[in-house]
Each structure stands twice: as C-alpha cells, then as structure tokens.
Design a protein around this ligand. Structure first.
Ligand code: ATP
Ligand code: MG
Length: 593
C-alpha cells in the first residue's frame, strides 16, 4: 500500500511530536504544563489560559485574531487585527457587562452571530465570568434557535441586529428563560426589548477580576451536528483546556509565530476548541474569515495571509477539488507547513490531492463533540496511510470493541483487522460531562471505564485506525456488514467523482442493497456510459458483493451545516420516509463551489 513517509511534508520547523511511541509511553496527564498556574491553587479557566495570560505577557502586542471582512470583492482582502492585549481589554469589559446585568457563574450565555469580533469577545468574556457559553450557528432559523435556547435554559442571548430582527424577535415570547438579549448593531436607535452591545461595552470598566472556576466547573455547551438524529447538547468543563493545549502541540503542530487558519465556525465544536481556544493557548495568530466558502477566496487567503498551519474539513477539500486545478495553479503557498482535517472520513484521494496541489499531505484526525478535543490523529511523527484517521494521541487510550446493542455487552477486540466500535478509556480531560436533559442517553455511552463512540473502525497491525462508518449507517447486504466509507472512498478515487454517499436500501434479495449517490467534477456528465464505468471501477476494487448495485448522479448531496453528509436523509428520501430532525441541514444556497 502507498504510504506518505513522515517528513514528506515541510520540515522547516522540527515537529513538536517526533517520537510517537516514546511520547505515548511516558505520557502523564498531571505532567502537562498547567496553563492556569497563574490563577492560584486549583484555579482553572479556559479564558484565563487563552487570553488573560498573554494579555499581560510577552505576547501582548502580537495579533491574536485577524478578521477578514465579508466584502463583495474578494480580490482585495480587508483585514482587522486584534492583539492579545486588546482582546484582554475587550473580554474584561464584557465580563463587566455581564456582571452589570447580574449574570454570574453558571448562568447560560448563548451567542448567535457570524464570525465577527463580538462573537469572540462575548464567548471569552463570558467564560472569564464563569458563565456557561453555548455558541449557536448563525444561519439557524427561528425554530432550531428556539429549541436549543429552551433546552439550554439560556439566561442571555448575544446576537446581531439582523439576526434578532429576522429570527429571534418572532420567537421571543417562547424564550421564557431569557432575561436579556444583547444586540450588536450599527444603528443608533435601540431595538425594543434588547440592550445595545456596544453601548454596554463603552460604559463597562476595563478591570474585571476573573471568576474563580476549577477544572470541574462547566464551561461550554455544544450541540452535536445532528447527522444521525436530533442534536444533543454536550456539557463541557474548564479542565478541557489541557486537552486543547496538548492537541494544539501534537495534532496541529502549533509553533510560536505560526499563522493559523481553522475554517470551522464556532457554532460547532471544532470552531471553538480549535478555532478559538487552542490557537490562543499557544499565542499564535488566528485567521478568521467572516465570509462563506469560496474556492478562489480560500486559495487567496492561504497565499496572502501566509497561513502556516491550516485546519479544515473533508467537505471543504472536496469542494476545492471539484472547483478544478486551474485555481490553485494561480497561487503559491510557500508558508504552508502543516494541514489537518476533521469532521468526516477523509478519502485517500483527498490526502494525495493535498500533496500534489498544495505541496503537503493532509493529516486526517478524528474526534467528536463529546470528546471535546482531538483523540486520534495523523501526526508529523509517523507515516500517513491515506484513508486512515491515524493513531491515538499520547494520553488517549483507544480500543476496538464488540458492542452488542441489544444486551449492552462489551468485549474488547485484541486482534487487528476486526471491525468494531471505537471506544476510549476514560481519563482524558475534555470528556463531556452530560447530555443536557438526557441522563439515560449519557449513561448508555459508557461501559465500565470505556466511552463508546458510536463509530465503527478497524485497527491494523501498526495501530492505525480506519473509519468504517457510524453504527447507524452500516449496511447489511447479503450477510456482509458494509461500511459506507469503504465504498465512498473507492468511488471518489474515480477521476470523474467529486463526492459520494452510500446507503443501504432495503431489498428482498440482499436484505439491503448498496446504493450510491454521486456528484461529479466539473467537465463530466452523468450518463449511462459513466455509470457503467464507475460500477466497473467499484467492482474491480471492492468485489461484486460490496460494490454499489445502484448509482444515482446528483447535483449536490445533503450536508449538515458543519459539512457532514447526511446519509440518513438520503435514505429517508429514497424510501419516502419522514425526514426527521432537519434543523442542521445546510441549504445549498450560499455555498459557492
Ligand atoms: P450527531 O451526533 O448529532 O449525529 P455528529 O456525530 O455528526 O452529529 P459531531 O460531534 O460534530 O456530530 O461529529 C462527530 C462525528 O463525526 C464522529 O462521531 C464521526 O462519525 C465523524 N467524524 C469526525 N471526524 C472524522 C474522521 N476523521 N473520520 C471519520 N469520521 C469522522
Ligand atoms: Mg455524534
């Protein structure tokens, strides 16, 4: 099998992790540097480690956040820099804004806005205040907002005038727990029933001692992507900061002086853990693009902003691939040093594309809203096997288990190559502490000292983990268990295919039949000849039992707003069944490919 040897990337800088085995063997959580040491005995607060520490330190004058405005013309990038010192000043002011409203420790602050400075200021300022922060994706409509705000019992909402008027005003009566709505507005006139964010900020004093919080105090409430059903609210704690710190070192290879770009929105856990917290912990400069995806704009940002570490998602990479090779040929990326991806399986072809087009392989990694931080990763310390999500990070014990869904029995599978559920041994600091209002569901995620992830994987003899599919998506055809990713990975290896999604369609003969939905790269037409060619390609690689029996060419696939393919929706539509919770479905409009 083709592997990409370690060191095949750019090694201008010695990676933080060079000896994987040895670092794992000697790893000890208590020995990880205490980024909250300055808070005094037992103190732990994410915002202290991310902001306060640097606002007073050597990094004070360094740019913490560089915002790129959403202007109609992307040829010229308009930027706005916020230094660590300024971020400290603004977040302290926001802490005082909340205190002035009698919002304190444990109270819930929901933040609903695009990637503008006020989003970052309010989230970090609220964390300093000991309040529990829940960022909601700004493109949610009124209903998904109402559901989440209600189950999260929000005390405060921070939003923009546009979002308030279009979405929240309509549902305001239903939001009975909400005491204050703070609105970021360009207008002079205040909006009834709201408070003006900037007026409160102007009036707030700059000094605000941080609330005393400990590692076990609640910090963030993140809703899952809703890929497999109704989104769950996962409760996290401040102690997670240790995980954000160490994974920034080992999985993202952050170094002093890096320019880092995480493309995820803070409405999803990646956009908070790695779009806000981890880069700030390492004192690097983060690029924040306020605009939506646009292939050319993204290449321009990578080039003009001299991005050195890039953390993105398979769906974005596939959109770049789909947009064709002419665009990247116009740009140069001499500063890029490390690329990582998360959120969905990263097909092998996408890893190679990175190497060919950007000059660097893409390092896939795996984690979930529930795990709070990266668990399994391809790191600079070992070869990449394209299509694999890598190996468990130091400090993370992963195993493959046979989990009987009926009886709940769990058996650890020792032998390599056997498919089973990915489980993690408890002990990493960013594990979620509950599903909001779903105690029983939370309990069911655990067996003894194992957390059961709900994802199926295989581990090879070298300890690499290979994603098979979610337990919910696995196809049972002619007595075989087929993981959709295995089939999708082969389909996307065909030169015509941009993206593929595979489902099991009930069938009297096979039990389930493998059906694929495929989008094509520009320049290809989905006709019978291509269908035959694709079927032949899949049969040759996968064998007749696993290759799709049906292939539909479609213009686009349904994705969650966090960029994941919603196979359950394809299946429901195929079978004419109810679509279930569709609050997180992305509308194709607004995404330019
Ligand atoms: P829900 O739990 O509401 O159905 P979700 O599981 O998609 O939504 P997230 O927590 O955002 O919500 O996503 C985590 C899931 O994403 C993982 O359990 C896994 O299925 C998938 N995933 C993340 N990274 C990878 C990866 N590198 N390879 C394969 N799958 C991945
Ligand atoms: Mg999930």
């Amino acid at each position: 099998m083709d592997v990409i040897h370690k060191g095949a990337g750019d090694l201008r800088v010695t990676p933080n992790l060079t000896d994987y085995e040895q670092t794992r063997a000697s790893f000890d959580w208590p020995a990880v540097p205490d980024v909250c040491a300055g808070m005094g005995e037992g103190g732990c607060n994410i915002a202290y480690a991310a902001v306060d520490r640097h606002a007073e330190g050597q990094e004070a004058g360094r740019t913490a956040l560089r915002f790129i405005a959403d202007t109609p013309d992307s040829a010229e990038l308009t930027t706005h820099d916020v230094s660590y010192a300024e971020l400290g000043r603004l977040t302290r002011k926001f802490t005082n804004v909340l205190r002035g409203l009698e919002i304190g420790k444990g109270d819930r602050v929901f933040v609903i806005m695009g990637r503008v400075p006020e989003l970052y200021i309010s989230m970090l300022g609220a964390l300093r205040n000991g309040s529990v922060v829940s960022p909601l994706f700004s493109a949610f409509g009124p209903e998904p907002i109402a559901t989440r705000v209600t189950i999260g019992s929000a005390d405060v909402i921070v939003t923009t005038a546009a979002i308030y008027k279009r979405k929240i005003a309509k549902i305001r009566d239903q939001l009975t727990t909400v005491k204050h709505v703070l609105v970021v507005s360009d207008e002079d006139a205040e909006i009834p029933d709201t408070l003006d964010f900037h007026r409160l900020m102007d009036e707030a004093p700059e000094d605000a001692p941080i609330e005393h919080t400990t590692a076990d105090d609640p910090s963030l409430l993140h809703f899952t992507s809703g890929t497999t059903g109704t989104p769950k609210g996962a409760q996290h704690v401040h102690g997670a900061v240790k995980m954000h710190y160490i994974t920034g070192r080992y999985a993202l290879d952050l170094h002093d002086g890096d320019i880092y770009w995480c493309t995820a929105d803070p409405g999803w856990v990646t956009g908070t853990s790695y779009g806000i917290i981890s880069p700030l912990l390492h004192g690097v400069t983060s690029i924040i693009d306020e605009a939506e995806f646009d292939a050319e704009r993204w290449y321009r940002i990578l080039q003009d902003e001299e991005v050195s570490v890039w953390y993105t998602a398979p769906t974005a990479i596939r959109m770049l691939i789909k947009a064709g090779p002419e665009l990247p040929a116009k740009y140069r990326f001499p500063h890029l040093r490390f690329i990582a991806s998360v959120g969905e399986p990263l097909n092998a072809e996408a890893v190679w594309w990175g190497k060919r087009v950007l000059g660097l392989p893409i390092h896939d990694n795996w984690w979930q809203t529930e795990t709070g931080g990266i668990m399994v990763a391809n790191t600079p310390a070992f070869d990449i096997k394209p299509g694999s999500m890598g190996r468990p990070l130091p400090g993370v014990e992963a195993c493959v288990v046979d989990h009987d869904q009926e009886t709940g029995a769990v058996r650890v599978i020792e032998e390599p190559g056997v498919e089973g559920e990915l489980a993690l041994r408890l002990g990493w600091p960013s594990m979620f502490r509950g599903y909001l209002n779903q105690e029983e569901r939370y309990r069911k995620c655990f067996h003894d000292d194992l957390y059961l992830s709900g994802d199926l994987v295989k581990r090879d003899a070298d300890g690499y983990l290979w994603f098979v599919g979610r337990t919910d998506d696995v196809i049972k055809a002619s007595g075989h268990l087929i993981g959709p990713f295995e089939v999708e990975n082969v389909l996307t290896d065909h030169p015509a295919v941009a993206e593929a999604a595979v489902i099991g369609k009930p069938d009297p003969t096979y039990g389930e039949l493998v059906k694929a939905f495929v989008t094509l790269k520009s320049g290809y037409t989905g006709d019978d000849a291509l269908r035959r060619d694709l079927m032949g390609h899949a049969r040759k690689r996968l064998g007749a039992a696993v290759a799709p029996k049906e292939i539909d060419f479609v213009d686009s696939l349904p994705h969650t707003r966090s960029g994941k393919i919603m196979r359950r929706l394809l299946k429901a539509r195929e079978l004419g069944l109810p679509e279930g919770d569709i609050s997180t479905v992305e509308s194709p409009a607004g995404v330019k490919a």
